[in-house]
Every structure is written in structure tokens, then in C-alpha cells.
Write a protein that binds this ligand. Structure first.
Ligand code: FAD
Ligand code: PYC
Length: 416
């Protein structure tokens, strides 16, 4: 019976799945663009989409060394929330969260945004004090947030070990009901499709190897497929931003380090929210397929190996098993790492640079997926108008010389 239906499925695939219309074109690069965006991850594609949609700038190319959405966008655990401490950060992440709420409709593409709520656990009295402070700050900024007791956490996640004798006792949590998850590659595909429809050229398998300047101004990019002229170049290359900046003779205050995640075999629905714990460097949710999606902490040292250290993931899995004893019997399917670029204050850089026509959007560290729509929106505005969008102003690169840092280490999902 099973054989028969598999055969039917195969035949069906062959009969009906031919001559599919491409979701986006595969264009030959033009000689010159108004804007070249380097990096076809979620942030780069969102930037291209809003440049075209909001600013009417359509002579734009996104140049991607691999395939669209194949970088950290593909590697992240898709947690979305806006419960940051300081006004500048919470404003930007909350703006992004509001865009997430309408994104599937805006793109006419289902990004599977699921507001299943996000819990940040507190394991010590100091954790709880920090949680209270942050929730109060969130509420003052109009962001939904609650401080929950152990019993209230247990109510939301019955499978969690909330015993006071456990190694990581759960003293309570912060709870953001509007937080949740989205489907990572659908986000990249939705923005790609939308940008392409508005005339943006998406150029894949083309690495940018140099940034050509003349008289202190950008004139284009050298690529593995030849020179592409550009009036403006916007770099959105996540873990490779330090390397990109060096191509223009700039140095960013960024460290690049591996961050790991893993997924289990699919199991029946058992966890309908997102659970994070900064203190144990572990977080977990269940995908719509049933896999447990688990994330670990960052490696302590810089590197570009997209694997991460074994002892880091071992520590995370131990903590997850302590919090969810039932999961100790679940088998893991895959593990991977991505390179995250982190700034000293755990906040991003969305900025013009000292080179005219050159812009950087980077340093989102362990938590940029949730910002994707907001980041693309404010960066597009910054590039289009050659001045920081009001919400991007605080994330200017100048803050590292002025000292106006925004310390979001406490709100970063993963300490770094
Ligand atoms: P990317 O998707 O990495 O896009 C950058 C693109 O630039 C890449 O496709 C790359 O190939 C391309 N590129 C680089 N150099 C060049 C070049 N020279 N020429 C052309 N193209 C180039 N964030 C959250 O908010 N929630 C989470 O739950 C979360 N979990 C994470 C878990 C892991 C394991 C990791 C690694 C990250 C996680 N993050 C999370 C962080 C998040 O993934 C990133 O901040 C975000 O995806 C960055 O998006 P991006 O578009 O800037 O980068
Ligand atoms: O920033 O929320 C976050 C996050 C969760 C996992 C990795 N980053």
C-alpha cells in the first residue's frame, strides 16, 4: 500500500511539477546600478524590497556569493521578540515586530509568523531583578511584557522541570505573548520575490571581492563575475562584515564568532511556546514539523568555522535535559553553526561610513533575525536619503568614538 502511494506521489510530481514559473528572475548584471546591496540574506533582501517599494529606487542589485537566504538567515532558530531594555533598541525591535505582524499580507507570501509567546527564564534572584527591570522598561515603551511566577511558567509549559531542587531552579520568567517564531527561508523568499517583482536584480553565486573607490567615493564592486558599477554600496553581510569593511580600508569594532543550533527528530506537539534561558545558554521551541529546535551559546573565541565547539553544545544539551527531562530520550538529527558578528555593546551598526556612498548594516550578533523587517526598512531609508533614519541614528558607527553605547547584553538572547 505504502509503495503504491509513493509511486503515485512520484508520478504526480513528474506530471504536474514541470515548467514551474520562477519565483524571481536570474538576470545578467547591468553595468551600473543606483544601489548595489552586498549580501542576499533576509536583511539585504528586505533592504532591496523597501528601497523599491517605499523609495521607488528600483535600479538595484543584490549580489550574493552563495544562494539567497543561505547564510545566517538559514541557520537561525527564528525567535522573534522585542523585549529589549533601552529605548533606542526597544523602539527598533518593536517597529520590526509590528512589521512582522502584517508581513505575510504585505509580501503576499506566508512567512508563517507564529505569535506563540516567548519566555525568558530567571534562575537566580539577580535574574529576577533584571527581568523585573526589563519588563517595567518594556511596558513604559508600550511593549507587552509580564513577570511570571514559577507556577505561572509551569502552567504555560507543563513539561518543564520546575522543581526547586533542580540544578537550574525556575524562579520565574518574563513573558512576551506577541513574540514567537517565523519560517526563516520563507522570509528570504518572500522578500526576494517582492523585490524582484519591483525590478530589483537578484544576482546569486557572485562574490564581492573588492570595493572600488575613486576620490574617497564608492564607484562599484569587484566580483567573481567582473566589475559592477554602483552609485551607492550597502553591505549587509552579517558574519563577514569585518572582511567587507577591510575591502574599503575600514575597521569595524566587530568580533565574529560561531553560534550553534541543533534540531531533533520530529515528535508529537508538546511545546507550544518559546523557552529561553540566558543563564544556561540554551533555548528551545518546537517547529511546525515537530522537531525540537535548540540553540546554544557562542564560542568564546573568534573564528569562521561554521561548526562551533563541542563543549558549548554539550553544556546546552545538558541544561535542556535538566529543564525538560522527557527530552533526554529524543534523538538529535542535525547540528550546525553560523558566524555572528558582535559589537561591544551587543547592538547593531546601521550607518553611513566615512567613504561617500558606502553604508553598513551589521553587528546584529546572535539576534538579528527578529529585526529583519525593521532593519531593512530603516536601512533602505538611510541609503535612499544618505542620512540616518531617525530610528537608526543611535546605531551609527560614530557611537564607538563618542561613547554613546547602548548596552543590550542583558537582553541579547544569547550572552556575547
Ligand atoms: P545573512 O543571512 O548571513 O546574510 C548575509 C549574506 O551575505 C550571506 O548570505 C552571505 O553569503 C553573503 N555574503 C557574505 N560575504 C559576501 C561577499 N563578499 N559577497 C557576496 N555576498 C556575501 N536571531 C534572532 O533574532 N533569533 C534567533 O533565534 C536567532 N538564532 C540564531 C541561531 C544561530 C545558530 C545563528 C548563527 C544566528 C541566530 N540569530 C538569531 C541571528 C540571525 O541569524 C542573524 O542576526 C541574521 O540572520 C542576520 O541576517 P543577515 O541577512 O544580516 O545575514
Ligand atoms: O535574540 O532572541 C534572540 C535569540 C534567540 C536565539 C538566538 N538569539
Amino acid at each position: 500500500m505504502e509503495k503504491y502511494s509513493l509511486l503515485k506521489l512520484f508520478k504526480h510530481a513528474h506530471k504536474y511539477h514541470e515548467n514551474w514559473q520562477r519565483a524571481w528572475r536570474n538576470p545578467t548584471p547591468k553595468k551600473v546600478y543606483d544601489v548595489v546591496i552586498v549580501g542576499g540574506g533576509g536583511h539585504g533582501l528586505a533592504t532591496a524590497y523597501y528601497l523599491a517599494k517605499v523609495h521607488g529606487i528600483t535600479n538595484v542589485a543584490v549580489v550574493e556569493k552563495g544562494y539567497l537566504g543561505g547564510g545566517n538567515t538559514a541557520r537561525n532558530t527564528t525567535i522573534i521578540r522585542s523585549n529589549y531594555l533601552w529605548d533606542e533598541a526597544s523602539q527598533l525591535y518593536e517597529f520590526a515586530l509590528k512589521l512582522w505582524e502584517d508581513l505575510s499580507q504585505d509580501l503576499n507570501f506566508n512567512v508563517m509568523f507564529s505569535q506563540r509567546g516567548v519566555l525568558n527564564l530567571g534562575h537566580t534572584l539577580q535574574d529576577m531583578r533584571d527581568i523585573e527591570r526589563r519588563v517595567n522598561a518594556n511596558r513604559l515603551n508600550g511593549i507587552d511584557g509580564h513577570v511570571l511566577s514559577t507556577a505561572e511558567v509551569q502552567d504555560i509549559v507543563p513539561l518543564m522541570n520546575c522543581s526547586p531542587d533542580s540544578r537550574y531552579p525556575v524562579l520565574g520568567a518574563s513573558w512576551q505573548p506577541r513574540g514567537g517564531t517565523a519560517r526563516h527561508d520563507a522570509v528570504a523568499w518572500g522578500y526576494a520575490r517582492g523585490a524582484d517583482a519591483l525590478g530589483v536584480d537578484l544576482i546569486q553565486e557572485t562574490e564581492v571581492t573588492g570595493i572600488r573607490r575613486s576620490n574617497g567615493e564608492v564607484v562599484g564592486v569587484e566580483t567573481t563575475k567582473g566589475f559592477i558599477g554602483a552609485r551607492k554600496v550597502a553591505c549587509v553581510t552579517a558574519g563577514n562584515s569585518g572582511v567587507m569593511a577591510a575591502m574599503a580600508g575600514l575597521r569595524l569594532p566587530i568580533e565574529s564568532r560561531p553560534l550553534q543550533a541543533l534540531v531533533s527528530e520530529p515528535v508529537k506537539p508538546c511545546l507550544d511556546t518559546v523557552v529561553m534561558s540566558n543563564a544556561v545558554h540554551g533555548y528551545i521551541s518546537q517547529s511546525d514539523k515537530g522537531d525540537l529546535v535548540i540553540g546554544a551559546g557562542v564560542d568564546a573565541y573568534n573564528g569562521y568555522g561554521q561548526r562551533g565547539s563541542f563543549h558549548v553544545i554539550e553544556h546546552t544539551v545538558q541544561a535542556i535535559c535538566e529543564l525538560f527531562p522527557a527530552f533526554s530520550r529524543v534523538r538529535m538529527n542535525r547540528q550546525w553553526g553560523g558566524i555572528v558578528d558582535t559589537c561591544p555593546d551587543a547592538c547593531p551598526i546601521v550607518s553611513k561610513t566615512s567613504v561617500k556612498g558606502l553604508y553598513f548594516n551589521c553587528g546584529w550578533g546572535t539576534g538579528g533575525f527578529k529585526a529583519t523587517p525593521g532593519s531593512g526598512y530603516v536601512f533602505a531609508d538611510t541609503v535612499a536619503n544618505d542620512r540616518p533614519h531617525p530610528m537608526a541614528e543611535a546605531f551609527n558607527i560614530d557611537r564607538f568614538s563618542s561613547g554613546a553605547l547602548i548596552d543590550e547584553h542583558g537582553a541579547a538572547g544569547v550572552a556575547h
